[in-house]
Design a protein around this ligand. Structure first.
Ligand SMILES: [Zn+2]
Length: 486
């Protein structure tokens, strides 16, 4: 017996357009979109009068229960995806991160096991943290058999998970040949380490030392290097958490040169500036330690411009939450404060409030930045990121007039801190549906452990791949490429 839900009377908003239409869901999929649809016998109805009906959000940058800097982030796949649902997000992409020398396949299996409890859908990017012929073989297996089409590289965190250029280049070439996309955390890890040592030696030990050790040039340099290497090799590139003008300009240059390079920024970086590190309350300041750090207001203005102008396609969160007692591991040494902030539950409301209500973004541009672009870039569109017949019924009924004050007292994260504390926002999820199942309605969160499913993401087809290579300035010959191989 099929389960039907009719979402009636709303305005459907996709990345392309808005129009008055009902949406009929059967089991896990959307089966009809159109005006005045008939409710089948026994159908449940959701009244969307005055509301917008949008594809559920996709956050392609989260870390659940991540072992990092001597501790583990506190939101796990269940609490994390539940937070997501409360904020209108129905899918997350986490990062499976092997320790250097650890098998990628083993790491993938560990993440699959951890994620089984998720209440909303998920997928993984695989991090490349070391290099050998076996890594290349395992990348091929992951793309062929396990639905991974994206490989992440940390250019920072030296002596931990950072890769040098030789590894970056080997991995980029391998990913290109597989039809996968590469991703980078762009900060020059050698420079960061040097500057951390110098700043600490000068007697700056508090959280204010964190941004001083990672200035915008450090990010701009790495973003530019990654873009140029990707251009030479001919692989598409996605630059995560772009936080400053310098990095954004590197992405813009690559795009103008015809490369398939994508920019992501975090909603936190759009609305919070570096004054947080001057707060004399250690707890406040330490809770804002993440990398890249918060920036001077001029960079926020640049990021908004980049989002409006198309240099930045995706707004994510890098949701990676540590409680005060974990942040306290770095009391007396900013280098030991676990890096990370939350934002998954707040992402869409904050972007709606500051983006759409301010007039910077249209509702369709909002859908593109919170859902559809990520689905397209990571090759799961229109299964995800669309309100269309045949798409998964991942839907948010959005109340554009709902007002609330963001706070750790009311959020659903396990963190004891909310970096948007006290911010009043207008616009929020009235109903969030994950593959036809309502997880959030009328302020009630009803997570279902294990409801979330792993989403396979196929590699890009041959046509797309040859296009990516054609788009580079010069397609290097095999002989020329050997110069780049370690
Ligand atoms: Zn991250």
């Amino acid at each position: 017996m099929a389960n039907h839900t009719l979402i009636r009377g709303g305005t459907v908003v996709t990345a392309e357009r808005s129009w008055r239409a009902d949406v009929l869901v059967c089991d896990e999929s959307i089966v009809a979109v159109g005006p005045s649809l008939e409710a089948p016998v026994g159908a449940r109805t959701i009244d969307a009068d005055g509301a917008l009906v949008m594809p559920g959000g996709i956050d392609p940058h989260v870390h659940m229960e991540l072992p990092f800097m001597g501790t583990v982030s506190v939101d796990d796949f269940l609490s994390g995806t539940a937070c997501a649902a409360a904020g209108g997000t129905t899918m997350v992409i986490d990062f499976a991160i092997p320790a250097p020398q650890q098998s990628l396949l083993e790491t993938y299996a560990i993440w699959r096991e951890r994620a089984k409890k998720a209440t909303a859908d998920y997928s993984f990017h695989m991090a490349i943290t070391w290099w050998s012929p076996e890594v290349a073989e395992q990348m091929a297996v992951l793309t062929r058999e396990h639905g991974i089409n994206s490989f992440k590289h940390f250019m920072a965190y030296k002596n931990a998970i950072m890769v040098d250029d030789a590894t970056l280049i080997s991995s980029f070439e391998c990913a290109r040949d597989l039809g996968a996309i590469c991703m980078v955390h762009a900060e020059n890890g050698d420079l960061v380490l040097r500057m951390q040592q110098e700043i600490f030696a000068r007697g700056i030990h508090g959280p204010e030392g964190h941004p001083l050790s990672r200035p915008p040039m450090v990010e701009g340099e790495a973003a530019n290097r990654a873009c140029q290497i990707a251009g030479i090799i001919g692989v598409p590139l996605y630059v995560v958490h772009t936080s400053c003008r310098q990095a954004m300009e590197a992405i813009a240059r690559a795009k103008l040169a015809g490369q398939r390079v994508y920019g992501e920024s975090l909603v936190q970086h759009l609305v919070i500036d570096d004054s947080v590190y001057r707060n004399p309350d250690w707890r406040q300041s330490a809770h804002h330690v993440m990398s890249p750090p918060f920036r001077a207001p001029e960079h926020q203005a640049a990021l908004w411009g980049g989002l409006q102008g198309g240099t930045i396609e995706v707004i994510g969160t890098d949701h990676c939450t540590f409680r005060t007692e974990q942040k306290a591991m770095g009391n007396g040494d900013f280098r030991k404060i676990p890096n990370g902030t939350g934002g998954l539950e707040e992402r869409m409301s904050v972007l709606w409030h500051h983006g759409v209500r301010s007039g910077r973004l249209t509702p369709s541009a909002f859908v593109a930045a919170t859902s559809t672009n990520a689905a397209r870039i990571f090759n799961i569109y229109p299964k995800k990121g669309a309100i269309a017949v045949g798409s998964d019924a991942d839907i948010v009924v959005w109340d554009p007039n709902a007002t609330r004050t963001l706070s750790a007292k009311t959020h659903h994260s396990r963190n004891d801190f909310n970096i948007f504390e006290g911010m009043e926002v207008t616009g929020g999820a009235a109903v969030t549906m994950s593959r036809g199942t309502v997880l959030w309605q009328g302020g009630n969160l009803t997570p279902r452990q294990g409801h979330g499913r792993y989403i396979n993401r196929p590699c890009f087809g041959d046509a797309t791949r040859s296009q990516a290579i054609r788009n580079t300035f010069t397609a290097p010959t095999a002989v020329e490429r050997q110069e780049f191989v370690p």
